[in-house]
Ligand binder design. Structure first.
Ligand SMILES: *[C@@H]1O[C@H](CO)[C@@H](O)[C@H](O)[C@H]1NC(C)=O
Ligand SMILES: *[C@@H]1O[C@H](CO)[C@@H](O)[C@H](O)[C@H]1NC(C)=O
Ligand SMILES: *[C@@H]1O[C@H](CO)[C@@H](O)[C@H](O)[C@H]1NC(C)=O
Length: 194
């Protein structure tokens, strides 16, 4: 009987907790906070990024729209060292992602292909490696892409939005092999591209 009551109490407490949980959880703040955790920040430009705030709209270098959705992330030229976390793909309203002129390593997350509102993607002048995720070519609103001055490899996607970008977007990646020739060179061939 006592155990039965205990189970009931636990159940009620659990349900209460679920009801009282914030409905407007800081999902975008969590995605941005993954970036803070992922990089070294010698100039402390991410110091104002407090994940306990209700949303990240007051954080420095973050811009939101009227619905408190993150639209711009502007962290260029800050000596950030580390990788771009895939969680950034969760910022569905992002229009502008500017991470150029840092010291970012690792690959470009394929999850960025979920940012369907993205107009500007500038990742140039870092130390990014690996392939350019082909899924990025489905970003129909992408107007400016710059991944120049990195260490990317593989071939350059040519479909979708990538058909409008010139060689300049990809310059100075000594291991990048030039535009993918659809139906001729297979995108995924060639080892050693990491
Ligand atoms: C990037 O990192 C390399 C290696 O740690 C270092 O030599 C270089 O000064 C850094 N560059 C910038 C812009 O932080
Ligand atoms: C894009 O978002 C969907 C739905 O949230 C998710 O299932 C998928 O894994 C994401 N794609 C990538 C490449 O991360
Ligand atoms: C490529 O590197 C050269 C030499 O460092 C530099 O002059 C040029 O501006 C770079 N190109 C781009 C598109 O960044």
């Amino acid at each position: 009987m006592a155990i039965h009551t205990l189970v009931q109490v636990v159940l009620v407490v659990t349900l209460l907790n679920m009801t009282l949980a914030p409905t407007n959880a800081n999902v975008e703040g969590d995605a941005l906070y993954a970036l803070r955790r992922s990089v070294k920040d010698p100039e402390n430009v991410l110091q104002s990024w407090d994940p306990t705030l209700v949303d990240p709209c007051t954080w420095f270098h973050v811009t939101c729209d009227g619905d408190n959705r993150v639209t711009r992330l502007e962290l260029y030229m800050n000596n950030l060292v580390g990788s771009i976390p895939e969680e950034l793909g969760g910022l569905k309203s992002l229009v502008s992602l500017d991470l150029y002129h840092n010291n970012l390593t690792g690959s470009i997350p394929a999850s960025l292909s979920n940012l369907s509102n993205l107009n500007f993607l500038r990742l140039n002048t870092n130390r990014l490696t690996g392939r350019i995720p082909r899924q990025l070519s489905k970003l129909r609103n992408l107007k400016i892409l710059d991944v120049s001055n990195n260490d990317l490899c593989g071939t350059i996607p040519t479909s979708g939005s990538f058909s409008k970008f010139s060689e300049e977007s990809f310059a100075n990646n000594s291991r990048l092999e030039g535009p993918e020739l659809v139906g001729f060179v297979r995108y995924d061939t060639g080892g050693g591209c990491t």
